[in-house]
Design a protein around this ligand. Structure first.
Ligand SMILES: [Zn+2]
Length: 846
């Protein structure tokens, strides 16, 4: 008899708890008691802890288990193998019919098919949370919002369950989420400490904002560098949601932000005006009403940028839906003092719950309107694309099959239609070869993404950028392209083209591998790991191979058969296997006597040593740049790299390494002792790869001796209104723009490049003059270098007098200075090789 009493009592306490919590988040609402609230499931009220991601997943699993109205799907995994999930909530009739509903939505988005009857179609909503791991209120709101939709007895919730299909993505960035949750929970005090200086509110480097490789996933919807975004975009194009949310946090002293964003200045030029002028206004009324009701302060139309297509709130705007960004002042921890008193975690969660419900209500009220808009969006894409003077784009790099494949796959991931090109074309200063180039017509449903990929934008309504002001992806891939090429296309591609090569038969004096292919560095590293002795030839030559007379460029790899530890058969085996894995062509030659140019045993041919790379990370270092380098070496080369905290550098013996990487950062924490060791190591042959501000530090310490550009800046007005300060000063920074650089193709940093010009990405205003040594500035800018993005006139003038890459000799070693970012956002496939050349061939760069 005692037992049931206890259960009864416990039941009462839990119900009372959930009542207390419901009255805070959902005043006056009643809930279906068969659905557990987050508090009942977790054992603590939402807001008391930062909920671990595995528990969020388990709560959603529980909802799917107890309710016929919820279904859970795993769509992929993060780098750290956390599942990426979508919880779909809808009536059981709709859930039973989900595939038909999805296909109807796809039909609606396809103007070549008859328009389905939208009056019968449920609204498709996609509530996404937690792209920034240390903006934690939103993932807690995701649990409460799903609970509300599933269990609330309100008329609104019932209508939503009947007339909408709502997809919840509770955490876009689970790896970052857990990094931050662990920090906040393990530093929580009892009672909580509101002092902003307390450790709980100040995470250790690199913080939880980013994913495993320290990338901002709220920039990755366009580049798709990471699995979190790759699976998300694939899922997105399966559904074309009418509404997508993206919840964030901002500074603790702020209030709350919802769209509309700043008119014109922060809007994307390819998005139809209707999105900004009409739809955003319709939705904003709901957000205001929901926040007015609880007395929360908020603002709109200022600051937040909505132009870069890689934002979670902008990409949907380019896909016929409505993307919405919300920003909540952060408690960053469980309780933090602000100018308005102490902000609790629960308070921040509640505002996001309100916006979630407001979004669903607005989406429901505008159900047919949003469906009509989706249709109209893709219809006008086709008709506007037909009027675009560009007509079509042809692209392709005849020298780099792997990069071609990567770019074609990238376009196809964004559902752009790509066609084969069956004719040799000479257009826009490039030669496009039949079978090695492709055509993208502008008149197609994804016309607006076509513009995003190929159009250079140089005119802006504003001069202050929160982020990048250029994102032409064909430039990032270093892809030769031209418009108005040819109306004649071959077949529509349904698969990404790849290439296979036969291994040369017969005896080989040496094997040769061209360095132009994107994966040639990976091939080289794999060969070195397999114990193959590899050399590089530093001049062009012509040799007789299985293809007959074959021309090779400087930078070609040579594997001399006579200098291998492996037996002949074993060597062939390894070469064949690795060539197939990395899609590389192996040439065989039977003689060292070349037909033209230097011979294979020339003094201008030398062994390539296996790089042993160390990179400084931690306090003072740009985690973005360090993460980009780490991901490049892991993902594209498969090379281990030692990441050493700046504090630990004093313990390092640099003579154990070939290459030291200094990402942008402040290195003042390096002791005098270590600086001396660094100088000694470089001067005895070490290679430093230094990025932007790291070069400023090296120059200040006189480890390198380069000069900065000092230009007469146009005199500034003596006095300006206080209120214009932000705009005036903001216009001076280089937020992120694209320039044409000129390469010295004979320099090892340019090995693998066949054209003298290459687009580069710059996001700093550090301008160094070219080297005083006339041979050591291998990458400069062209005469009129601006390809796309915003830059002030005075910065453009400075840029013209500066260099992109300088080699600074130090004794027998050197510092390779990069002033642009060759690895930006894991998307700059066109310039990655410059950086990899610095790693593999740094030792021969002076
Ligand atoms: Zn954020």
């Amino acid at each position: 008899m005692k037992k049931p009493l206890l259960i009864l009592l416990l039941g009462f306490i839990m119900a009372a708890g959930s009542f207390a919590q419901s009255s805070y988040y959902f005043p006056g609402e009643s809930f279906d008691s068969s659905i557990p609230s987050p508090e009942e499931f977790l054992g603590y009220p939402i807001g008391e802890w930062h909920t671990r991601y595995d528990l969020i997943v388990r709560y959603y699993e529980k909802l799917a288990e107890v309710s016929d109205l919820a279904e859970l799907k795993t769509i992929g995994y993060t780098h750290e193998h956390r599942p990426k999930i979508i919880l779909t909530i809808a009536s059981s009739a709709h859930l039973g019919n989900l595939e038909e509903i999805r296909l109807a939505q796809l039909q609606l988005a396809d103007p070549s098919q008859p328009k389905p009857d939208v009056s019968a179609m449920p609204s498709i909503m996609h509530l996404g949370y937690g792209v920034h791991g240390n903006e934690p209120s939103s993932a807690e709101a995701a649990m409460l919002s799903a609970y509300w939709l599933l269990a609330s007895q309100s008329e609104l919730a019932q209508n939503l369950r009947k007339n909408a299909v709502v997809h919840f993505d509770p955490t876009v960035n689970p790896d970052g989420r857990d990094r931050h949750s662990l920090w906040a929970n393990s530093n929580k005090g009892f009672p909580p400490v509101a002092d902003p200086l307390d450790r709980e509110h100040n995470e250790a480097w690199p913080g939880g904002r980013t994913n495993h490789y320290w990338f901002d996933l709220n920039r990755d919807w366009l580049p798709l560098a990471h699995p979190e975004s790759q699976v998300k975009i694939a899922w997105y194009h399966d559904w074309y949601p009418n509404v997508t949310t993206d919840f964030h946090e901002m500074g603790t002293d702020g209030t709350y932000f919802f769209e509309p964003t700043k008119p014109y200045g922060s809007e994307n030029p390819v998005v139809p005006r209707k999105n900004y002028d009409d739809i955003n206004v319709r939705f904003a009324k709901y957000f205001a009403e929901y926040l007015d009701e609880i007395g929360s302060l908020y603002w709109t139309k200022e600051v937040f940028d909505n132009s870069y297509p890689g934002y979670g709130s902008t990409y949907p705007d380019i896909q016929g839906g409505l993307g919405l960004v919300f920003e909540q002042a952060s408690s960053r921890g469980h309780l933090q003092s602000s100018q308005r008193g102490d902000i609790s975690f629960a308070f921040t969660i509640r505002n996001h719950v309100r916006s979630s419900i407001a979004t669903m209500e607005a989406g429901l009220d505008n159900r047919e309107y949003m469906h009509d808009y989706l249709r109209e969006f893709f219809q006008t894409a086709v008709s506007e694309g037909a009027k675009d003077p560009a007509k079509n784009y042809v692209f392709g790099d005849q020298f780099d099959p792997s990069r071609n494949s990567l770019f074609v796959k990238f376009l196809m991931d964004h559902k752009i239609k790509v066609y084969e090109n069956n004719a040799d074309l000479s257009v826009g200063g490039y030669d496009f070869k039949a079978g090695k180039s492709w055509i993208v017509p502008t008149s197609q449903p994804q016309y607006r993404m076509v513009r995003t990929m190929f159009e250079d934008v140089k005119e802006f309504a504003d001069s202050v950028f929160y982020d990048a002001s250029a994102w032409t992806m064909a430039r990032a891939y270093g892809m030769p392209f031209a418009s108005n090429a040819s109306d004649k296309t071959g077949d529509l591609l349904t698969e990404v083209p790849t290439q296979t090569y036969d291994f040369p038969t017969g005896k080989a004096y040496a094997y040769l591998i061209d360095w132009s292919d994107y994966y040639a560095p990976k091939m080289l590293f794999d060969l070195q790991e397999a114990g193959v002795h590899v050399e590089v030839i530093n001049r062009p030559f012509t040799s007789k191979t299985q293809d007959g007379e074959t021309k090779f460029s400087a930078g070609t790899l040579i594997i001399p058969s006579g200098f291998q530890k492996l037996e002949t058969a074993e060597l062939k085996d390894v070469l064949d296997k690795l060539a197939k894995k990395n899609k590389q062509k192996i040439y065989a030659t039977t003689s060292g006597m070349n037909l033209e140019g230097i011979d294979l045993g020339s003094n201008l041919v030398g062994a390539v040593t296996i790089p042993k790379v160390i990179m400084v990370v931690g306090d003072g270092v740009s985690s973005y740049e360090a993460g980009e380098i780490w991901y490049l070496l892991d993902g594209q080369v498969g090379m281990p790299i030692s990441k050493v905290n700046s504090d630990d550098m004093g313990r390092v013996n640099l003579f154990d390494y070939t290459t030291l990487i200094l990402p942008s950062g402040n290195y003042n924490s390096f002791s005098e002792n270590f600086q001396n060791h660094l100088k000694d190591w470089i001067s005895r042959g070490g290679t430093v790869i230094s990025m932007k501000s790291a070069s400023l530090w090296l120059n200040e310490k006189e480890i390198i001796k380069e000069e900065l550009v000092e230009t007469e800046v146009a005199p500034e007005p003596e006095s300006l209104p206080y209120a214009v300060q932000r705009d005036f000063e903001g216009a001076k920074s280089v937020g992120g723009s694209i320039y044409m650089a000129a390469l010295d193709l004979t320099h090892p940093i340019a090995y693998g490049y066949q054209r003298e010009t290459l687009p580069v990405y710059r996001n700093s205003s550090i301008f160094f003059k070219p080297s005083k040594d006339k041979y050591l500035t291998p990458i400069r800018y062209t005469e009129n270098p601006l390809l796309g993005g915003y830059i002030s006139d005075s910065n453009l003038e400075k840029l013209g007098q500066s260099a992109s890459v300088i080699i600074s000799p130090v004794g027998r070693g050197r510092v390779i200075n990069f002033f642009d970012n060759p690895n930006f956002r894991g998307a700059w496939f066109g310039t990655n090789k410059l950086f990899l050349n610095a790693i593999f061939f740094g030792a021969i760069m002076d």
